[in-house]
Each structure stands twice: as C-alpha cells, then as structure tokens.
Design a protein around this ligand. Structure first.
Ligand SMILES: [Zn+2]
Length: 157
C-alpha cells in the first residue's frame, strides 16, 4: 500500500500503476484525481497519515475539505496500540469521507501542549478549520465512526 506524506499543498500519494508521486490538493480532497503520467485513478486517502511537523498539522486541519480525525498517541501507551488498528479500519472504510491523522505527542509536544492533551489516546475531530469534538480512551472502529458522525453531522435549518 502506498504511504501517504504531506507537503505544503496537499497529500502526496504514489501511483500504484506507474510509481509517480501525485499530489491530492487539500482543497480538493473530495475529488477523484488521475495520475499525471498514466491517468490511473489515484485512490482517495484510505490509511492514517503520520504528522511529522506542526506546520503540516495546521495546514491539513485548516485546508482539508474533509473532516480530520486526529489520534493523539505515544509509542509507550498501551491503549494507543489497541486503538491504532481500529483507526486503520476507520480510514479504510471512510476513504473520501474523512481523513485520519496521527500525532505522536512525544515527538510533537508543541501540538499536545497547544491543544491541552492530558491523556492519550485522545481522538479529536476537526472540521472547517476548527476542533468540533474530542473524546479520550481507546474504542473500536464502529464507535469511532459513530463519534465522528455525531460530531460533524450538519445542522439542518
Ligand atoms: Zn501513474
């Protein structure tokens, strides 16, 4: 499976057909993209994306056209290891509907501090550039999906 990375403008995904790297723009994550070389369809992001810097985090939560589920975790945290495969399922089952990103609060202590993360795992949902929900503790994929749905459900007028 292609590993997804981030740059200033979007998510960089490797074409499964020809190996070319293609950028999925943050502003157009709900659009199907075709490989610039071979025109094969680039799958929408379907795996958790590890955040490697707070600038990447700020860009993806402020610009992404999809809700972003943030997993605050650390390598020494047992419950975090339990929730990790559940988040893989959530990302795979909800490609094109949401993004899953992971923030290692040991490596990115500035983000943990800025958002006041006191226990891990903590799951937060960002939509429209702001945090709209947060919950602490490990839970199965179906519960995570229900949490996200309840958090980002559009308001009906
Ligand atoms: Zn290609």
């Amino acid at each position: 499976m292609a590993t997804l990375t981030l740059d200033e403008r979007g998510i960089v995904a490797t074409c499964a057909s020809c190996g070319r790297k293609n950028r999925l723009l943050y502003e157009r994550l709900d659009h199907q993209v075709r490989c610039a070389d071979c025109k094969a369809a680039i799958p929408l992001p379907s795996e958790p994306i590890e955040i490697t810097g707070s600038k990447d985090f700020d860009r993806i939560v402020s610009k992404a056209t999809l809700p972003v589920v943030v997993d605050y975790w650390a390598p020494w945290c047992g419950p975090c290891r339990m929730v990790a495969p559940e988040l893989v399922k959530v990302a795979a089952r909800n490609a094109g509907r949401l993004l899953v990103v992971k923030v290692n609060t040991d490596a990115l202590a500035d983000l943990g501090e800025r958002f006041g993360i006191r226990s891990i795992p903590t799951l937060a949902v960002f939509a429209g550039g702001r945090e709209v929900g947060r919950t602490a503790g490990a839970r199965p994929a179906a519960d995570i999906e229900a949490f996200v749905q309840n958090t980002v459900r559009p308001v009906h007028h």
